[in-house]
Design a protein around this ligand. Structure first.
Ligand code: TYM
Length: 330
């Protein structure tokens, strides 16, 4: 069985972008692959967090992943900081990556732009992400478009390490969905939908109430012209809404164009809001059940145990190649 690895940050609620671009695919892949899915809490520390809030968000993120359909009987679901090998290999990856490479990461450039002070962790973040992936002899990494450059760096670091020290890491492949890999902000289609969107109407969260969804969809920006057609170059806002609609309702975009031929934005938005509500309803219901059950924490303990079992020998292998003694690793 081929191996899949991917991660989700526990920073604020999960968005519809996280779901359509990544988590929905994680669920599909669990049937065919040996999947490792990680709540990457160490990545969340690149910006200071309230410890109480972070503690809650870590479990809540896992609860949403399970509510979306991940089955801990089929996948290994765990929290990054529960498996110390991630931090350890991260340092090794920092020493494998170059300053130039890390400086070229577009996410770092975007997130650091205009800020007076950013943490060192924000800069070295892709090295930790490479460690996450390489620790599990990963074949494929399903991610949204925004993470592709980071997965490509993980590939480059694996290849570099292997050529310096001998075959050690499997070289992973990013897998990006054909559509829905970059869900845009409802308030500004030039930006991705993000947990940290400053516009309160930009992102739909998996926990949003029906009223909130209706309000956000109603306020979503649209393009000039009345026709409901998919034209990402000239009608980027509508193209984004059509993509969301298509994925939530499982209706091809061409069919949606037919359904709304001769109708206006008001009808379209009504249908879209309903599609999003129906898509999120079962997830929200299961999330409530999960959160009350105590099952999530149990699954995370078992997940960390399995993750440790697989990652420890890989870390040991890397340390051996580097000439580090491994005195305490048996
Ligand atoms: P994060 O937490 O920002 O996002 C989790 C996943 O959701 C995808 N995503 C989107 N997809 C489509 N449209 C959007 N608007 C959108 N927003 C987010 C992301 O591409 C991602 O797949 N660095 C990663 C987490 C990570 C990781 C890893 C991923 C850490 N280690 C190892 C893969 C492998 C991140 O911050 O994702």
């Amino acid at each position: 069985m081929k191996r899949v690895f991917s991660g989700v940050q526990p920073t604020g609620g999960l968005t519809l972008g996280n779901y359509l671009g990544a988590i929905k695919h994680f669920v599909r892949l669990q049937e065919e692959y040996d999947c490792f899915y990680c709540v990457v809490d160490l990545h969340a520390l690149t910006v200071p967090k309230d410890p109480k809030e972070l503690r809650t968000l870590i479990v809540d993120t896992a609860a949403y992943m399970m509510a979306a359909g991940l089955d801990p009987e089929k996948v290994t679901l765990f929290v990054q900081s529960d498996v110390p090998a991630h931090s350890e290999l991260s340092w090794i990856m920092e020493c494998t990556a170059t300053f130039g490479e890390l400086s070229r990461m577009t996410q770092f450039k975007e997130k650091s732009e205009g800020r007076e002070s950013v943490s060192g962790g924000l800069f070295t973040y892709p090295a930790l992400m490479a460690a996450d992936i390489l620790l599990y002899d990963t074949d494929v990494v399903p991610v949204g478009e925004d993470q592709k450059q980071h997965v490509e760096l993980a590939r480059d670091l694996a290849i570099r390490f292997n050529s310096r020290y001998g075959d050690t890491f499997k070289v992973p492949e990013p897998v990006i969905p054909k559509t829905g890999a970059r869900i845009k902000s409802l308030a500004d289609p030039s930006r991705k939908m993000s947990k940290s969107d400053t516009d309160p109407y930009g992102a739909i969260f998996l926990g949003d109430s029906e009223d909130e969804i209706v309000k956000k969809v109603r306020r979503a920006v649209t393009d000039s012209g009345r026709e409901i057609i998919y034209d990402p170059d000239n009608k980027p806002a509508l193209a984004n809404l059509l993509t969301i609609y298509s994925h939530c309702a499982d209706i091809p975009i061409e069919k949606l164009e037919e359904m709304y031929a001769g109708k206006g934005y008001a009808d379209f938005k009504k249908g879209l809001a309903e599609a999003v509500i129906q898509c999120l309803k079962p997830i929200q219901k299961r999330h409530r059940e999960m959160s009350e059950s105590g099952y999530v924490k149990e699954a995370l303990v078992e997940g960390a145990r399995k993750a440790m079992e697989v990652s420890t020998p890989v870390l040991k292998r890397a340390k051996e190649r580097l000439g580090l003694p491994n005195h305490m690793m048996g």
